[in-house]
Design a protein around this ligand. Structure first.
Ligand SMILES: [Zn+2]
Length: 327
């Protein structure tokens, strides 16, 4: 099995319908249906990013206790390890849970406990705290201030949710604060927004990776910069198809990104909603995009180049990829 790092994964987006039902019953939270198959069927046709986000945020009302957050993350890391993931850098959206009346100590306590167990079982995993961009820059700064007492639970900050109309520069001060704290910085850009969102994330926020980045391909100068500076893109093919950023998987730009020499990586984004985890994404790009084992090994090597890990781990996992490539 291909060893890789998953670098673009929202823990809230791993809430499978069966766990959703379990948590709804546990916490007495009403759902539109208690049939996991029927709930999953509702995810089959999102009109766009916002249509997905509406369902996604409604479902998150079932997360109330440390145990709930633990169970959510534990289910993901178990599936990820079984799919070949050696290293997971996991996004979480604390602002969503705060709005639902759940304090940060519950969120970090539950997620942190699950990741500690994962590490004990041999999976390397860390959290990246994301700002919801549609709540604006002041709210991002406020969240970071509130989260700093839990600094041992996360290694970086990210920027997610509705993109268009919420350009990166709005979050400049929050990212400056994060940099001053020694936190890693990433941001979603170029998913629905144009190449200017990608450029602004690099220039105004100083990000080390771009999450998605698909629309960077519309700007040749930007492509050259991403290639020359080896800025990783965390690409999510099944997500892009589910949210209609790409009409069909066969039209996904991932092969072109590799041809252009970009440091593209493969990720599942919100696997409970978009048709499966990293293994499903590997299968999709192999069968529908014609990527070869050599291409897959390049994506895996890119993921370890892009991961926020020490050089010993990086060398060990790159050696595993080289062994896989050699067959
Ligand atoms: Zn995402």
């Amino acid at each position: 099995m291909l060893p890789l790092a998953e670098l673009h994964l929202h823990v809230e987006g791993t809430l499978e319908a069966d766990l959703l039902v379990t948590l709804a019953r546990r916490n007495d939270v009403p759902l539109p249906s208690y049939d996991p198959a029927e709930l999953t069927a509702r995810y089959a046709n999102f009109g766009d990013l916002q249509a997905f986000l509406d369902v996604y945020y409604a479902n998150l009302a079932v997360l109330r206790t440390e145990q709930d957050f633990h169970d959510l993350a534990a289910a993901y890391v178990t599936r990820a390890a079984a799919a070949g993931v050696r290293r997971a850098e996991i996004f979480c959206d604390p602002q969503t849970h705060l709005a639902n009346g759940v304090p940060l100590e519950v969120v970090f306590g539950g997620l942190g406990a699950a990741l500690a167990e994962a590490r004990a079982n041999g999976l390397s995993a860390d959290l990246i705290v994301c700002f919801l961009r549609d709540l604006g820059g002041d709210a991002a700064e406020e969240l970071l201030r509130q989260a700093l007492p839990f600094r041992e639970h996360f290694i970086g900050v990210g920027l997610d949710s509705a993109e268009v109309g919420w350009p990166p520069a709005l979050f400049r001060r929050a990212y400056e604060m994060a940099a001053a704290e020694g936190l890693h910085r990433v941001a979603h850009a170029g998913e629905e927004g144009g190449p200017e969102y990608v450029r602004e994330a690099l220039d105004a926020l100083g990000v080390e990776r771009i999450d998605h980045g698909n629309r960077a391909l519309e700007d040749a100068d930007l492509v050259a910069r991403l290639r020359d500076e080896r800025v990783p893109l965390t690409v999510c093919p099944l997500s892009n198809v589910a949210l209609k950023g790409v009409a069909r998987i066969e039209e996904h730009p991932l092969p072109r990104m590799l041809e252009l020499g970009l440091v593209a990586t493969l990720n599942s984004d919100d696997p409970a909603y978009f048709g499966g985890g990293i293994d499903a994404n590997v299968a999709a790009v192999r069968t529908s995009l014609g990527l070869t084992d050599d291409d897959l090994a390049t994506l895996a090597a890119n993921s370890f180049e892009a991961a926020f890990i020490g050089e010993t781990d990086r060398a060990r996992w790159l050696a595993e990829v080289a062994a896989w490539r050699a067959g």
